[in-house]
Design a protein around this ligand. Structure first.
Ligand SMILES: Cc1cc2nc3c(=O)[nH]c(=O)nc-3n(C[C@H](O)[C@H](O)[C@H](O)COP(=O)(O)OP(=O)(O)OC[C@H]3O[C@@H](n4cnc5c(N)ncnc54)[C@H](O)[C@@H]3O)c2cc1C
Length: 418
C-alpha cells in the first residue's frame, strides 16, 4: 500500500476504473480529493488514510487496505450456541413445477459461500408436488434438500409458508438463509425473520464471508444509493438476506449431481386461514419481452427521452433480438412504464448486451445493471460515467447515430456490406 512522507498508509485511485462519479470527493472528511478531468486524484500528504473513499467507491477504483481493528477488551463474545448452526440454506421458490431462476442463482452463490465456510448447501423447499424441483435443486448445487410437500402449500400464504420455513430453519439450523427478492420472497423473509427473531438485510448486491468470525457480509446500496453499506448479523441465526433476480450469476446445471432429499411432516397453522378465490391477471405491458429475460436491452435515457424517436429505438432493439428499457427520468416523464425501469428502484438486469442511449450512468442506475456482459454507450458527453465504464462508446447525438446503426445492421442482414 502506498504511504505519504509521514509514513501514513494512504488510498490510491486506479484511473482506468474511476468513472468520475465524485462520490469520494464528497465523502472525504479532509477534502484532499479533487477531479483531474473525469478522474479523481488524492493528494497524498494531507490524506489521513481513513479509507472512506475506498468504502464509497461504486467501481472498486480505490486501492486501500483497512488497518485491522484491535480487539476491544471486554467486547461481547459471540454466543457459543450459534456454533450449532451449520450450512448455507436457500429458500427454493417453486412456480408451476419449476424452481424460480433466482433460487438457482442463489444456490450458485451459496456454493461459493459454503466452500469458504467448509459447510454444505441446503435447499429449503416448501410447496405441493415439488419432488422434481428438489431434484432440480440438487443439479444446481444443493447437497441436501429439506422438502415439505403438502397440499396446503399449493398457493402462497404468509401464514402457511412462514410456518413451513420457520420449521425448516428450526430443524436444520442453517447459519445463513438466502431468499430471492421476489414479491413472495420479500414477504416471506420478513415473516420468518420476525418469528426467528433474527436480522434480515434486504436487496443485497454482494455477499461474502468474514472467515475469522464466520459472518455473512451483506452489501447493499443505502442513502439513496450513494453509499454501499456492508451489514452483518453477529448474534442471531440464521443470518438472512434477500437478493434480487439477476444479481448473482446462474450456475451450470449438472443433472448427474447427487444429493439427499429429506421429506418432512408439516402441520397446518391453527386458526382460520384466508381463502384464495382467484388471481388477478398481470397488468398489460407496452409489449416486448420482460427486461429481466431479454438478452439485449436498448436503454432509453433522459438524453433520448423523446416520443418521436422511440419507434427508432424500438426498431434497434428488435433488430438486435432484444427489447426496450429505460432510466428513471423516462418513467417519470410518462414515456415508458415502470416495468421497463432499470436501477435501484427499478429492476436489476444482466443482459448480454446493454446499449445505453442518452443514459449518464448515475450510481442508482448502475447498481441495476452491473451484471451486464457488454456495455455500449451512445452519449453526447464523453465524460459521462456510462461512457467511462462502457466496453464501446459512440460519442455524439443519438438521433444521428442510431439510424446509421440500424442501416448497418439491415444491410448486413440483407447480406450486402454497409
Ligand atoms: C433514491 C433514488 C433512487 C433512484 N433510482 C433510480 C433507478 O432505479 N433507475 C434510474 O435510472 N435512476 C434512478 N435514480 C435517479 C438517478 O439518480 C439519475 O437521476 C438517473 O439515473 C439519470 O437518468 P439519465 O441517465 O437518463 O439522465 P441524465 O443523468 O440527465 O443523463 C442524460 C444523458 O444523456 C446525454 N445526452 C443528452 N442529449 C443527448 C443526445 N442528443 N444524444 C446522446 N446523448 C445525449 C447526456 O450527456 C447525459 O449523459 C434514483 C435516484 C434516487 C435519489
Amino acid at each position: 500500500m502506498p504511504k505519504n512522507s509521514k509514513g501514513k498508509e494512504i488510498a490510491e485511485i486506479i484511473p482506468d476504473k474511476c468513472i468520475g462519479c465524485q462520490l469520494c470527493v464528497a465523502e472525504c472528511p479532509v477534502n484532499v480529493i479533487t477531479m483531474e478531468g473525469a478522474v479523481a486524484k488524492i493528494d497524498p500528504e494531507p490524506c489521513i488514510g481513513c479509507g472512506k473513499c475506498f468504502d464509497i467507491c461504486p467501481t472498486a477504483a480505490v486501492i486501500f487496505e483497512k488497518p485491522r481493528k484491535k480487539k476491544v477488551a471486554g467486547a461481547v463474545p459471540r454466543p457459543s450456541a450459534l456454533d450449532e448452526y451449520q450450512g448455507v440454506a436457500v429458500f427454493i421458490e417453486a412456480r408451476d413445477g419449476h424452481g424460480a431462476e433466482v433460487a438457482w442463482e442463489l444456490v450458485g452463490k451459496a456454493r461459493e459461500l459454503a466452500e469458504k465456510l467448509g459447510t454444505r448447501v441446503l435447499g429449503f423447499l416448501p410447496g405441493t408436488g415439488v419432488e422434481s424441483v428438489a431434484q432440480e435443486a440438487i443439479s444446481y448445487g444443493c447437497d441436501i434438500v429439506h422438502m415439505i410437500d403438502n397440499p396446503i402449500l399449493g398457493s402462497y400464504l404468509p401464514q402457511t409458508y412462514g410456518k413451513a420455513l420457520v420449521q425448516l430453519c428450526r430443524q436444520a439450523k442453517p447459519e445463513i438463509l438466502l431468499l430471492g427478492a421476489t414479491p413472495l420472497g420479500r414477504d416471506l423473509a420478513s415473516v420468518v425473520a420476525t418469528q426467528l427473531e433474527t436480522g434480515l438485510t434486504a436487496d443485497c448486491t454482494g455477499l461474502d464471508i468474514d472467515l475469522q468470525e464466520r459472518l455473512l457480509l451483506m452489501t447493499r446500496p443505502t442513502f439513496g444509493g450513494n453509499i454501499m453499506a456492508t451489514i452483518f448479523c453477529r448474534n442471531h441465526r440464521p443470518q438472512m438476506s434477500t437478493v434480487r433476480p439477476k444479481v448473482m450469476k446462474l450456475p451450470q446445471k449438472d443433472s448427474s449431481r447427487q444429493g439427499e432429499i429429506h421429506r418432512l411432516e408439516f402441520e397446518a397453522p391453527d386458526g382460520t386461514l384466508p381463502r384464495i378465490i382467484d388471481f388477478i391477471p398481470k397488468a398489460a405491458d407496452v409489449g416486448g419481452e420482460d427486461i429481466n429475460q431479454a438478452p439485449v436491452l436498448v436503454v432509453v435515457g433522459k438524453g433520448a427521452c423523446d416520443s418521436q424517436h422511440l419507434p427508432m429505438l424500438e426498431q434497434l432493439a428488435q433488430l438486435m433480438g432484444g427489447t426496450i428499457a429505460c432510466s428513471r427520468p423516462v418513467v417519470e416523464s410518462g414515456l415508458l412504464p415502470y416495468v421497463r425501469q432499470v436501477g435501484q428502484t427499478g429492476k436489476t438486469v444482466a443482459p448480454k448486451i446493454y446499449i445505453g442511449v442518452g443514459v449518464s450512468g448515475a450510481v442508482q442506475h448502475l447498481v441495476g445493471m452491473q451484471g451486464t456482459e457488454k456495455i455500449i454507450a451512445i452519449n453526447s458527453d464523453r465524460h459521462a460515467p456510462m461512457v467511462q465504464i462502457a466496453d464501446y462508446a459512440i460519442i455524439g447525438d443519438y438521433a444521428e447515430i442510431v439510424p446509421e446503426i440500424i442501416q448497418g445492421i439491415e444491410a448486413r442482414v440483407k447480406g450486402s456490406k454497409p
